[in-house]
Design a protein around this ligand. Structure first.
Ligand code: NAP
Length: 343
């Protein structure tokens, strides 16, 4: 059983975690944030969830990322997080939530309409038991709803005091620039953060999105930095029971774990060892090498992973030779199409 009288570590800001400014906003985010997409629904014991969240907070992780439909079932992660948050100092925590993927049946249960976004935000606030979230995202670009409507809804959320900052997730670079212009033209609250998928095995944001966000002063928080566990030592000797691939094979798929990919992962693992890091740590550090990245949004199934991953911030520099070696290892690897590569 986890001790219910949790008292945060008094040394949590002693420098083990570093914080980066989110674009040109005043918001500082930890270099590593914790995502609650998996392992925080109703199938994970609450004591285990508490253990991970409290450990993360003790290590200086102040940012916890949610969405309306994180579970299972949909909504459970927000509902479970609410009581845990009560044991943390609210003003030291940045909570995000999102709306846009399927949440409830019928024409208003997903995508980017004002109707969906604002109803979903109200539901999220009720589930978490808070008056506001720190960041509210449009979870995906909706090609059938005018961007003005989606962005106007985000602006309304801020004006109503239900969100402090707004973000977009997985928007292509062209629509990202357009979104920023629309907010400026209408004098709406500007988008402060973009949440794209980014890892050694999915580098789509390098062609346009990073420079777009850098020029526009928008922060970037990279999700699935470990490719859901593939960029760790977890799959080097087969698929362990209970792992993400064994539990949700439609997300981390058989085709993601092909032989050439695993051969590349093994070479990356060797390079990480030479650098004195685990592969998970090197994969996170490699993202942090870019100063335009604000935070790396990791998931975890246990406390040990959070502890291991946080050490990545201590060794995030790469020599030119190491970067070349990484590029050479990755060059022959062709990953199957990712749902989250938007450009
Ligand atoms: P990830 O960090 O790439 O993968 C996390 C998984 O990797 C863990 O659950 C664990 O899987 C394994 N792992 C982590 N550290 C490990 C270590 N040191 N050694 C071995 N295995 C390790 O990220 P993710 O969980 O897929 O996503 C992170 C967050 O991004 C989500 O929680 C969510 O907040 C956000 N996200 C956003 C979107 C979006 O559309 N905006 C989409 C997806 C995710 P096992 O269970 O196998 O141990």
């Amino acid at each position: 059983m986890f001790d219910s009288t949790y008292c945060p570590d008094a040394n949590r800001y002693d420098g083990r975690m570093r914080y980066r400014r989110c674009g040109r906003s005043g918001l500082m985010l930890p270099e590593i944030s914790l995502g609650l997409w998996h392992n925080f629904g109703d199938s994970t014991p609450i004591d285990r969830q508490k253990g991970m969240i409290f450990k993360a907070f003790d290590l200086g992780i102040t940012h916890f990322d949610l969405a309306n439909n994180y579970g299972p079932p949909f909504g459970a992660a927000e509902r479970n997080f609410g009581p845990i948050l009560k044991q943390l100092p609210r003003d030291e925590v940045v909570i995000s939530s999102k709306a846009g993927y399927i949440m409830w049946p019928g024409p208003y249960g997903e995508w980017g309409s004002r109707k969906h976004l604002l109803a979903s935000l109200d539901q999220s606030l009720r589930r978490i038991g808070v008056d506001y979230v720190d960041i509210f995202y449009s979870h995906r670009f909706d090609p059938d709803t005018p961007l003005e409507e989606t962005l106007g809804a985000l602006d309304s959320a801020v004006r109503a005091g239900k969100a402090l900052y707004t973000g977009i997730s997985s928007y292509p670079s062209e629509q990202t620039r357009e979104a920023i212009r629309i907010c400026e033209d209408n004098r709406w609250n500007r988008i402060q953060i973009h949440q794209p998928n980014y890892s050694l095995l999915n580098r789509w944001i390098e062609s346009h999105l990073i420079s777009c966000c850098a020029e526009e002063g928008v922060g970037i928080i990279a999700f699935c930095p470990l490719y859901q566990g593939l960029l760790t030592d977890k799959y080097l000797n087969g698929v362990p029971p209970g792992s993400r691939h064994s539990a949700v094979p439609h997300l981390l798929r058989d085709q993601d774990l092909q032989k050439p990919v695993l051969e590349g992962v093994r070479k990356l693992h060797e390079l990480a060892r030479r650098r004195g890091q685990s592969l998970a740590q090197m994969s996170i550090a490699w993202i942090l090498r870019d100063p335009h990245i604000t935070s790396v949004l990791c998931g975890a199934s246990g406390i040990d992973q959070i502890v291991e991953n946080c050490h990545a911030v201590n060794h995030a520099r790469f020599s030119a030779e190491e970067l070349q070696e990484i590029d050479a290892i990755l060059a022959p690897i062709k990953m199957p199409h990712s749902l989250w590569a938007a450009d």
